[in-house]
Design a protein. Structure first.
Length: 262
């Protein structure tokens, strides 16, 4: 078989029109199905998340190695099969998105990284057994603290499911720990959390630290206190919240204004 013919089943409606303008976390979008496929959507709304397979129609197909420059131009080159870049011989996009609602032939989703007009080849439900809690991944380090913190926040929200105050505390703490120790999903990085269940859940989610096999995560439920202790190669970093802060302060204040760090 030398050629495969595919017919789009839907097209993306998105406020983003150019690939370069797509934010790293994707955008809220509508997937509008062709009328002849509407009955194939029956039962879809029972899922909270779906995989979207799209065709990046504006992407070059002749480039085999690139730098993940959007994240950090200083990173080394990777083969395109080792990345999820738009650029690849068959520019099939794979996106995991949250399903908001289905209205007739329109499927509303959150966080889709495909621009308006992108042909959609297929969608599939996301299942529990798609989840690998602590996979081995390369360290694609964001070029600035702001970007790294944004990537952690996105990850935290996907894991924790609500943007509560303690989620934001956990994101800031994790960003500080990443600046010190590097990749948070590293098998020799341990973390101890003393604080609320929301803080513990967030820190566990962004560090992928498990309770066992290997044992990287410990937690004590403590009221009115938020502290994380990160340990790697005999070095230890304690980050303790100084007081109560609102959403805005947790996004904008400097590390040393929010935390005692030692
Ligand atoms: Zn929470």
């Amino acid at each position: 078989m030398d050629e495969i013919n595919l017919k789009p089943v839907a097209y993306v409606i998105s406020p983003v029109e150019e690939p370069d303008e797509m934010p790293l976390g994707g955008k809220d979008a509508i997937i509008e199905f062709l009328p002849e496929y509407v009955e194939a959507l029956q039962g879809l709304e029972e899922n909270s998340h779906i995989w979207v397979l799209s065709w990046f129609h504006k992407s070059p197909r002749d480039i085999l190695k690139i730098r993940p420059g959007k994240v950090n131009p200083d990173l080394p080159e990777y083969g395109v099969f080792a990345l999820r870049s738009f650029t690849r011989p068959n520019p099939i996009g794979l996106s995991l998105v949250r399903l908001e609602r289905v209205e007739g032939n329109r499927v509303h989703v959150r966080g889709l990284d495909a621009i308006g007009g992108t042909p959609v080849l297929d969608i599939k439900p996301y299942f529990e057994n798609d989840t690998i809690f602590s996979p081995l991944t390369p360290y694609i380090k964001g070029k600035s603290r702001e970007m790294r913190q944004g990537m952690i926040k996105k990850h935290a929200f996907i894991h924790h499911g609500e943007e509560c105050i303690d989620m934001l505390v956990g994101v800031r703490m994790a960003a500080i720990a990443e600046d010190r120790f590097g990749h948070l999903n590293s098998s020799d990085l341990m973390v101890n959390v003393q604080g609320s269940p929301c803080l513990a859940d967030t820190v566990q989610g962004v560090s992928r630290a498990r309770l066992a096999n290997p044992s990287r995560f410990t937690y004590i439920n403590v009221e009115n206190s938020s502290e994380t202790i990160w340990t790697k190669n005999g070095q230890s970093l304690t980050i303790r919240l100084k007081g109560a802060f609102n959403h805005d302060e947790l996004e904008k204040l400097a590390d040393e204004d929010l935390f005692d760090i030692f």
